[in-house]
Design a protein around this ligand. Structure first.
Ligand code: PGA
Length: 252
């Protein structure tokens, strides 16, 4: 019904274009053939061109890690959706590191998701609760608020290419992944919100889990009914690990 999407979020790595190209080539060489999984690599903006060129018409898609919602203007340091045309087919929006360090708000996430869709980029809208929010029993309300805000400016979900990534902040880069059951619980909640917003198209939307996904825990996560792939940080920089995660998604 929906193809899982496994995206490698390289964050601010690697430091040189040559290493970025090498990593992209290693992913392309090991990515499962066929269309059981959509493989995406998300390099830093400055390496998008080199990686896009290195991958050629291969099966691996390229994603940006963020973008501005405007097409052009006085926004120093930013990248517009027009600039991503031809370089990326996906874009991560609202990653928790951008929410934490770069002032990304729910409102801006909503504008960026709509702008990505309007420019035919598939948004990977990232949501997730912080440790203190989970401890306070606020996970469901945080997720509800973030998901609705991210989708607030879309007319419907059909044909948008939308992907949602559930990434509990406390699980990112900590080695402390959510249990498959806890991840499924939140991804199921997200699916219910999508069904409420657009009953026809809700089941088309892949929902990823992210946060310390590894070669070891991927298969159990992907066996959950509402987990359709992963947003992978650390393990996406290690091609053998990333390959195992891709194969787990292809086989799920
Ligand atoms: P991690 O990062 O896999 O290193 O936990 C995930 C992410 O931030 O997208």
């Amino acid at each position: 019904m929906r193809t899982p999407v496994v995206a490698g979020n390289w964050k601010m790595n690697p430091p040189t274009a040559a290493e970025a190209v090498e990593l992209a080539r290693a992913v392309a060489a090991s990515a499962p053939a066929g269309d059981q999984v959509t493989t995406v690599v998300c390099p830093p903006t400055v390496w998008l061109s080199a990686v896009r060129e290195a991958l050629g018409a291969d099966g691996v898609a390229v994603g940006a890690q963020t973008m501005h919602f405007e097409e052009k203007g006085a926004f120093t340091g930013e990248t517009s959706p027009l600039m991503l045309a031809g370089l990326a087919s996906f874009v991560i929006i609202g990653h928790s590191e951008r929410r934490q360090y770069d002032g990304e708000t729910d409102e801006r996430v909503g504008r960026k998701v709509a702008s990505a869709v309007a420019h035919r980029l598939r948004p990977i809208a990232a949501v997730g609760e912080r440790a203190e929010e989970r401890a306070a029993g606020a996970t469901a309300s945080v997720i509800d608020r973030q998901v609705r805000a991210a989708l607030a400016n879309l007319d419907g979900l059909g044909g948008t290419g939308l992907v949602i990534a559930y990434e509990p902040v406390w699980a990112i880069g900590t080695g402390d992944a959510a249990t498959a059951a806890d991840a499924q619980e939140v991804c199921g909640q997200i699916r219910a919100i999508l069904r409420e917003l657009d009953p026809e198209a809700a089941d088309e939307v892949p929902i990823q889990y992210g946060g310390s996904v590894t070669a070891e825990n991927a298969a159990e996560l992907f066996a959950q009914p509402d987990i359709d792939g992963a947003l992978v940080g650390g393990a996406s920089l290690k091609p053998e690990q990333f390959e195992t995660i891709l194969r787990a998604a292809a086989g799920a």
